[in-house]
Structure formats: structure tokens, C-alpha cells
Design a protein around this ligand. Sequence first.
Ligand SMILES: [Zn+2]
Ligand SMILES: [Zn+2]
Length: 334
Amino acid sequence: MHFTFLGTSGSVPSAVRDTTSIVVVVPEGALLIDCGGSPVQKLRRAGVDPQALVSVVITHIHPDHAYGLPALVRNLAVLGRQAPLTIHCRPEHVEPLRSLLSLFSTLERPGMFALTVRAIGLAEDAHAFDLGPLSVRTSPNEHGAMPNFAVRVDVTRRRSVVYSSDTRPCDAVVALARGADTLVHDATYSERDRGRAGGHAHSTAAEAGEVAARAGVRRLILTHIGAEYHDEVDARGRDRARARALSALRRVAPRRRRGGAGVPRETRRLQSEVACRHARADAMLTTRVPRGTPAPPRRRRGGPGVAATAAGRTAPTGRTPLSRRAGVRRSGFP
Ligand SMILES: [Zn+2]
Ligand SMILES: [Zn+2]
């Protein structure tokens, strides 16, 4: 059981990050939360069989969260899907999403599989559906004039992840995330641009940290990061990887003494191995909080352990290794 990111950008993608989308996988199937462009391609890059999708959640109908839906549905049909698929959304968005699919005659084609667009409940912490051991619950959030909701996925007797979707900081997300292992939160803006965040009903990275601290989550992953910050946060990540590599090299390097015998062969091998490992990590690096953003909440009892990682930068190889870098694939639902 694991989850991974198909994208972590705000509404405009950059060359390395597409718009925010998350897939949660269990042996019984997969759940896609929000649907940016080319979902089938990105699912394949993430190593998820597109036909394993059982449910798709569309949190709201801003284009970056819904525009990939017709392509997804049509692609699944062309690939020979017969199994039904359910799309979960707010009641106000059932008809717009059906219209979006009808625009491409997606639903009317012969041999089309059964597709249901189902409205979620609008109460806080409302149960939406189950998928195998997953229980999915939702709460309305605060995204300005656009009706929207946050999603919590619990694995039976195990871990949980909460996705805020696009929102300004709000009590409903704090409540939904209370006690969760991981909070994935809107961080469209740097704290230095807090004024812009409020005006657009989004959050800054620091505000996401505050929500995580109030909710008492173990880990915070920033997402929906504005494209204008991508280069900066990736550069910061590379700097951190280099610092780690240097630190590791210092640990294995022998202390040179006057008249010493030089570097033993085994130590040279270790140095080379460490350098290669960190070079690879560097190439696959994830993001850190943009420059100018106040430090995330420090690790403390009851507070989030990490408040700075945003996964999902698409590497040139076509993989999404950053989700692993963020500890997602291996530690999302270990
Ligand atoms: Zn968005
Ligand atoms: Zn939005």
C-alpha cells in the first residue's frame, strides 16, 4: 500500500512539475485524487496500471484539478476497460463533470464501460466510500468562491494521509487531519507573498506548517507549489544533497597525518560509492521550502516531523523518484 504524486505544481505546470494529483494504491485497486493532464502517462511513469483505478476524486472544477478527466476516461476505454469506474465530487460538480465528458462524446461511445459520477456528502468528516482497506472521508475547505473539499484516506488499523486540496488555512482541514500521519497541503505561495495567497484563497508554505502543527500530524508534504518557485526550491534541494554528500565523504575520509600512507583502497571505494549515491540523489532531488519562507515548525513532541518536502517533480527519465525521496512510496503506508 502506498501513495505517490503525479504532480505537485500549482495551477500552471513547469517543465518539471505538472499540476497536483495523487494516486493511492492498495492490492484491491487504485484511487486517483484530482486529475491533471495525461493521467495515463503519469500513472505509468509511477508504475501504476491505469486499469487498476477504481475511483477518481475530483475535489473541484478548476481546470488544473479536472481537465485530464476526459482523456483519462477515453484512454481507459480505448485500452479495453470493462470494469466500472466511479468519480466522486461535490454535488454542484456532478453535472459540470458529466458535461465535460459529454463534450468529447466520451460517455456515448459504443462499448463504453459503466461510469458513475457520485456526489459526496457535505458534512465535515463525511464518509465518502471505501476501497479495500481504505476508508475515504471528506470535509469542505475554504477556496474562495469555488466549492471544494479536503480528503482523508485511512488504511484500516494503519496509517492515514490527508490532502487539503486548494484552500486557505482553515479549521476544517485541521480537524480532518487531526492525528493523521501525513498532511499534504496547499503551499501555492512563499511566505514572502502571503498577501497574494489570501487573495487567491490558497496557502503559503508557512501557513501549511501552522495547519500541520495544529493538527498534530507526523509529516507535512507541501504541494500545489507555484511554478514561479520551482527552480528556487529545486536548487535549494540540490544544495542540501551536496551538503549531505560532503558530510558523508568527511565521515569516511581518513585523517591525513604527516608521513601517512595515503588513502587506503577500501576507503577510496567507500568514498566513490558515497559520491555516486549522492550524485544520484542529487539528480532526483525534491523541493524544499522556498527562500524567504520562515523555517517550518521544528520537530517537537506533537508537532510535524518534516514540513518542507514536496514530492512529484518529474525526472527526465520519466519516473517520479521524488515521491520516494519524500519517503512516500516506501513510508506512505509501509
Ligand atoms: Zn489548483
Ligand atoms: Zn483551485
